[in-house]
Design a protein around this ligand. Structure first.
Ligand code: BDP
Length: 331
């Protein structure tokens, strides 16, 4: 009799978790984020983890490592996703283009009229096709959703009020050859291989003369203290992407994979709201700290745009119709 009870207990111990989640034990997954606590994308990652935990009734637990503690450089996190060493990473679309070249199209300089235009494109069939392309490309990556990252602008240790002031400046860029070429077209030198958390010290040490980013990163990484000249040239709008490793599909049930994809989509609007708030507060913080913000005239912006135009021929080759469709969206 005792043996039977013992046997039943063993069975129960095995079967209860199996029935509880359809797969076995709770699956613990890891998400890497370069930004600090409280940054809009970090908040969205955490909301994603919370929703997944709630909807899978605890079957899937996602641990968010923010502040670049796992990977300070996004190329490193993308490669870890590809080999299944990491499950999720919230990254900028910029470095992903090295693995999925079509993504360069949605980050060409001066492509969007404004943020609303970009969201119309990303929330429509073009945006979904691009996310699908990430997995279809055989990169081992899955694009789950986009987040807002506003517009990127140059900031430097010396005043820049137009293209002529960019000549000879060493500017840190994301790991994307198109961005390096963009700065070369302006007469500057693009520098890559510096993580966003290292920009402040690279500027302070004089390794670079500046970088380019949005208001929140400029503020949150403290870069404004080292490079206090900010020109609102708005050369690119590069969306953020929440990526999964394709390997996650093997770690969770089919039902939970669908839940994960759905939850990611649902966090997009939340991030956009958080983004708008942070863009405003970051702008206030850096201007109060004495940053010199230069607002170029339409003619001055046109000069940036004209010099960068060759990127459309090179990186837009084969995508001419798509580019036209993007430009026409919302008109
Ligand atoms: C920020 C993005 C972050 C990038 C960073 C960069 O949010 O994902 O890593 O730019 O310039 O705006 O590397």
């Amino acid at each position: 009799m005792k043996k039977v009870v013992a046997l039943l207990l063993v069975f129960a111990a095995i079967l209860v978790p199996v029935f509880a989640n359809g797969q076995g034990e709770t699956v613990t997954l890891t998400l890497s984020e370069v930004h600090a606590e409280g940054y809009p994308t970090t908040l969205a990652d955490q909301e994603f983890a919370r929703l997944v935990n709630e909807r899978t009734e605890g079957r899937v637990q996602i641990n968010v490592y923010y502040g670049g503690t796992l990977y300070g450089e996004e190329t490193g996190s993308i490669e870890a996703l590809q080999i299944g060493d990491l499950d999720f990473a919230r990254v900028s679309a910029s470095p992903v283009a090295s693995y999925v070249p079509a993504l360069n199209v949605i980050q060409l300089p001066y492509l969007y009229r404004d943020g609303d235009h970009m969201w119309q494109v990303l929330n429509g069939p073009i945006g979904q096709d691009m996310l699908d392309e990430i997995q279809a490309s055989g990169s081992g990556l899955v694009g789950l959703c986009y987040y807002d990252a506003g517009a990127r602008n140059f900031y430097t240790t010396t005043p820049v009020q137009g293209v002529e002031d960019m000549k000879g400046l060493k500017i840190r860029l994301q790991n994307n050859p198109m961005m390096v070429e963009m700065v070369q077209l302006l007469g500057g030198n693009g520098v890559t291989g510096i993580g966003p958390n290292e920009v402040y010290s690279a500027i302070s040490q004089g390794t670079i003369d500046g970088a380019e980013n949005n208001w929140p990163t400029y503020e949150s990484m403290g870069d404004y203290e080292a490079a206090p000249y900010f020109i609102l040239d708005g050369h690119t709008r590069v969306p953020e992407i929440l990526l999964a490793s394709e390997n996650v599909i093997n770690k969770v049930s089919a039902e939970d994979w669908e839940i994960i994809k759905q939850c990611a989509k649902e966090t997009q609007d939340y991030e956009i709201e958080q983004w708008a708030l942070r863009e405003e507060s970051s702008r206030e913080i850096v201007t109060a700290a004495g940053v010199t913000v230069y607002e170029p005239t339409a003619e001055e912006i046109q000069e940036f745009q004209d010099l960068m135009a060759p990127l459309y021929d090179e990186y837009g080759a084969g995508y001419e119709d798509l580019i036209q469709e993007i430009i026409n969206t919302g008109l």
